[in-house]
Structure formats: C-alpha cells, structure tokens
Design a protein. Structure first.
Length: 632
C-alpha cells in the first residue's frame, strides 16, 4: 500500500528519494513527502497531498539538501489526505522524523499518554504517535531512565554512539500494538538511518559507500545489486559503510545479501502507454517463466523445488484449502476446478479476509495454499498464520521473493512473472492459474493420472504461450468494441465451469480501472436475479468457448437477446452459433477446458483497458486502490 524509501550515503538523498517514490506510485497513494538531513544536522521536510508531481514542484521551490533521507507515499487510513497528514512526521522538538506503513491499533491510548507528557500532535494520523514515542524514549534515556532494550546484549554489537538510538526505537515499539514498516532519521545523527518492520515489508539495498531502503525491491533497480530482506521484529541500523540487523530475541542477525534480480528495464514502460498494457502483452513470456524447469517429460509430471514436503507426505493430502483476496481469489476458484478434475482431491476456496476469523473444521490431512501476487496482503498473511497455528502445512503461490508470506509459509511456488506495476493484476492472474494447473498435474500423477495422460497435459501446457499470443491479436478488434460500449454504465460477465471465475475476473478488471459497474455470474444464475438488469444499455459479455456446457450457455445468450440486451461473445470459432447470436464477437484459440481461463481472460483484460483509456481514467493508478493491500 504506502511506499517507503530511504537513503544514507555520499550522494544527494533527494535525488534517489524522488526516483524511488515514482517507482512506488503503483502501490496506491494520496499524498507524498520526504525528509533529508545535511551534515550539520539541518532537517528539511517537504510534503503535500496529491501526486508526486506536486511534491517535485515543491522541491524545486524548497530544495532538500543532505545525504541522508526518507520518503513516503501515503494511502490514508487515519485522517484525510492533507498536507498535515502527509508523511514524514516529527517527534519531540523535531528530534526525530519518521515515515510509516501499517496501522497502530492502540495509537489513541499512546497519543493521550504522550499529550499528557506535553507532546504536541499536529496531524490526525496514527503514525505521528510513533515519532513522539521514539522522542520520549530518547529523552528518558538522556535523563537516565533505561528503556527495555538498553541493557540488551545485542546492542553491544553496535557502535557505542548508536546504542541509545536503537534502545529508544525498540523501547517505543514495545509500547505499540499493530503493524509497521518504519524508517527513522535522528536530527543529531545525520549519517544514520534506522528501519524496523512488523507485518509490513522493508528491504535494504547494499552498495559501496551507501545503503538504500525501500518497501518494495522494484524501487532499488538500477541503484543496488544486492539486497537484504528484513523479517518481522527486526531493526536495521544503516550508515554509509555499515549495516547491522538486530532482533530482540536472537540478537545480531547475520544475513548475507541476495542478488537483486529486477533490472531497471523491468520497471520501465518501454514502448507501451501504460504498465497494465505492457503486462498484458508480457503474458506469453511470463507463462513460459512460470513453467520453466518445472515440466518433466520423463516423469510426465510437474515438479516444484520449494514445496518442502516429500512425495510421500503430499500423497497423504486429502483436502486443499486455497485462500486469497481479489484477483488471487479468482485464481483460487480456477484452482478448485482444475485440482478436483485432474487430481480428484476436494478443494475449498476461502476469502482470506473471512478465513482469518473463521474456525472451520479442517481434516488433519489438509494442505493450505495462500495465493498472492505481492506476498504482503494483510488478510492473506493473517489467514496463513491462523492455519499454521492450527498445525496445517501452509504453502504459498507468490510472485515476490522475500515477501512476508514467502518467508512465513512452510514452502511454496514462485511464479517468476516479474514486477507487476499496474494496480490491476493481469499477468499475475494467468501465472497463478498456470501454477495451479501444474499443481493439479503433479497431484494427479501422484494419484491416478497415467503417463500418457500426463504427457498430453504437458504438451497442452507447452503450447499455451503461443495460444495467448494469438489471443493478444484481438487487441485492435477489442479496441473497436470498447469504443462502441464505452458509455455504458453497467456490464454483465457470464460464463460457466472454468469460465465462471474468468467472468468474475473480467468484471473486476472493468470496475477497477474504468469505474464502470460490472458483475460476474455463472451464466445459468443470470435468470435467478441479474436478468432484471438487462436492457439495451447493459452489455452482457459471454464466455462461450467450446466445451461440455456450450449449448447451455447458448441458451442463456438467447434469453439475453430476447430481452434486447447487447451480447459480446468470446468464443473459439467465427461462424459458430455463439458468433451468430452475438452483436460482437471476439475469437480466441481453442484450448483444453482447464486452460480456457488463461486464454479467455486476455480479451477481457484488453476490453477493460481500452474502455478505461477511452473514458479518460488513470489506468495504472485507479482511484482508492492500492497494489499491495497491507491493512485490514
């Protein structure tokens, strides 16, 4: 959700901070700001409501010198989007500056206590309480009052002058309940940057003579080749030449940096108008990346290196629970169909936001999969933790190495889809669906699928990227259809079996980026209520590739046509009965039923994109939405 960047080194901090914040725009925000410290301890803060362009304009009027700094893009949780509520926030007598992602649940109590001590609050945020709490700990230390960490042996690994700072931060955080990704400056220590995390991601970029900090590794591309992911409850102390990572129980944490695989080119637009369009057209390559090295002709199966469970253990699995939010939940619905068909294992699909508070009776041999693009979705992380607490093995399907869910799951599958910058997920959805098909193949081969059946599925999978390339060739035609229907205020999306989740996903894409109301339904359910919405201004998008329910969906199309509703058909053959019934036809390649969602969703992504562009919407940064939803 919110974005954090930080820098300490030998270059002007503001240059990286502004570039880093622009790289994080896709996460969703309503205000932005930064703070820098120069070598004399002069603190400069520039912040404002609105876009980063407005912040850049203010920086031209009020330069922010200094070689240490922090920056932030805020997605409001407490208080409206105003200049005062924008980060950074100051603590004490401007001793401390902080930026914060997450939510402090007990901030009212903390605020009241600090106000009684004389600290003056100027914002409506929960985050300002953190700044004042750290300042209060520093003042207590100066007066000889020890904090909870002051005598901790871990502090002995820090330079003597930095120990009071670390003790103050840990002492303050011990009094806060909630989640945080936190970057901190101290006015009297102009070459020190501190970071702490609990439930909100932070990554440190390592380079010679400088260190970077970010809530997303994408913003570090082109600046640092090596990175260190922070884990929950860890505190990082950064100077230009040193990095110390401390944990309140394990003390000094020795963690070698990893190679940053994201390149600057990966996060640039290239020839595309929007990141969403770029990512739609990247799908043939991202599908190949998801499959790479995971299909075995010899075994006629898929194999995954990160499940961390033996075939014997997996053979005993009697039930799957797939959980996620939004687009990932739609992918889970596809997984339900495919795993039950290929592996004959019962599957339950749960909204993560509901599962975290439910107490469903689960069989001992239940395997839980958390599905997430970012690996940071708060509801999905909480659901995974609850399932772990109950003793169930938990695995993840995730796109971000080092993310919270990737770290906390017992094992999992990385999608290798590359950075997804557009808020509306596209390539992550198709890669999630593909990973679930490969899981269905793997478990099917463990159970009942023959070698010949497994080989047939592998051949179909290997041909999938080319089929998606052919589906992308509908772009010009879809743009024409979008122009025809761009002014409509309501859409219905209808499909059956594997294409019911696809209908949900198509409707979600349209809602997310064009702000047009759209609903997805199983096609047969249309006559149980939604048919009341049908009129000449409400298009119905039908997913009617060939399959066992083809004739049934045609009957549903007839019912719409009889009531004067426009019909857009996504089908596999020009001139078939679906094409003859429809007002507009989009022809896609014919694939096996279990691969249809991956192919049929492509024109739906394009339709949403072109309608949004024609309506003048900000496609990559839709209003009120965030890429990584790290609050409940």
């Amino acid at each position: 959700m919110c974005g954090i960047v930080g820098y300490v080194g030998y270059r002007p901090a503001a240059d990286f901070l502004l570039k880093g914040l622009r790289r994080l725009e896709y996460r969703g925000y309503d205000s932005a700001g930064l703070a820098t410290l120069d070598d004399a301890g002069r603190l400069t803060i520039v912040k404002c409501a609105g876009r980063i362009d407005a912040l850049a304009a203010r920086l031209r009027q009020t330069p922010a010198p200094g070689r240490t700094g922090i920056g932030h893009t805020r997605w409001a949780t407490h208080g409206p989007a105003t200049d005062q509520n924008a980060h950074p926030h100051l603590g004490g007598n401007q001793q401390v500056a902080i930026v914060h992602n997450g939510v402090i649940d007990n901030y009212r109590h903390v605020r009241e206590r600090l106000e009684m001590q004389g600290y003056r609050f100027v914002s409506a945020t929960d985050s300002e309480a953190i700044a004042h709490a750290i300042a209060a700990q520093l003042e207590q230390a100066a007066e000889g009052v020890a904090s909870g960490w002051a005598a901790d042996a871990a502090l002995e690994n820090l330079p003597v002058e930095l120990r009071p700072l670390a003790a103050a931060v840990r002492g303050a955080l011990a009094r806060l309940h909630g989640t945080y990704g936190l970057a901190i400056l101290f006015r009297e220590y102009p070459q020190v940057l501190m970071a702490a995390r609990l439930g909100s991601p932070l990554v440190v970029g390592v380079a010679r003579g400088e260190h970077f900090l970010a809530s997303d590794a994408n913003s570090l591309a082109g600046h640092a080749d090596k990175i260190v992911y922070l884990a929950d409850r860890e505190l990082a102390v950064l100077t230009p030449d040193s990095l110390h990572v401390l944990h309140p129980e394990r003390g000094l944490v020795a963690r070698g940096p990893q190679q940053l695989t994201v390149t600057a080119e990966d996060v640039e637009l290239g020839p595309y108008s929007h990141y969403m369009l770029k990512e739609i057209f990247e799908q043939p390559e991202t599908l190949q990346n998801t499959m790479r090295g995971r299909l075995s002709r010899e075994e006629a199966s898929a194999h995954f290196g990160g499940l961390n469970l033996s075939p014997r253990q997996l053979r005993r699995v009697e039930r799957f629970v797939l959980t996620g939010c939004g687009t990932s939940w739609h992918a889970a619905l596809v997984g339900e169909y495919v795993i039950e068909e290929l592996a004959r294992i019962p599957v339950e699909v749960e909204y993560a936001s509901e599962l975290r508070y439910r107490n469903p009776p689960l069989h001992n041999n239940t395997l839980v999969f958390a599905i997430t693009q970012s690996g940071e979705t708060a509801d999905t992380l909480a659901a995974l933790r609850e399932m772990k607490r109950q003793g169930h093995p938990t695995l993840a399907i995730c796109n971000v190495v080092g993310s919270s869910i990737a770290q906390e799951a017992d094992g999992g599958i990385y999608m290798h889809a590359g950075p997804e910058i557009g808020v509306a997920s596209t390539k992550a959805f198709t890669s999630q669906c593909l990973a679930l098909v490969m899981l269905g193949l793997y478990f099917g081969r463990l159970r009942h699928l023959s070698h010949a059946q497994g080989m047939r599925i592998i051949e179909h999978l290997l041909g999938l990227p080319d089929q998606v390339r052919r589906a992308l060739e509908t772009d010009v035609q879809v743009r024409q259809i979008a122009a025809k229907y761009q002014h409509c205020a309501n859409f219905l999306y209808l499909g059956r079996q594997y294409n019911f989740p696809t209908a949900l996903e198509g409707a979600l894409k349209l809602k997310e980026i064009s702000y047009v109301h759209a609903q997805g339904y199983p096609a047969a359910e249309m006559k149980h209520g939604p048919i009341a919405l049908v009129d000449e201004q409400t298009p119905s998008v039908f997913l009617v590739p060939q399959g066992q329910v083809f004739d049934k969906v045609l009957a549903n199309m007839e019912e719409i046509k009889a009531r004067g509703g426009p019909v857009i058909a996504v089908t596999c053959e020009q001139g078939n009965r679906a094409a003859d019934l429809a007002d507009d036809v989009i022809v896609i390649p014919s694939v096996e039923d279990y691969l249809q969602p991956i192919v049929s969703v492509v024109p739906l992504q394009l339709l949403a994109y072109h309608i949004a562009v024609l309506r003048g919407c900000d496609v990559d940064k839709p209003r009120n939405l965030a890429k990584s939803v790290t609050v409940e």
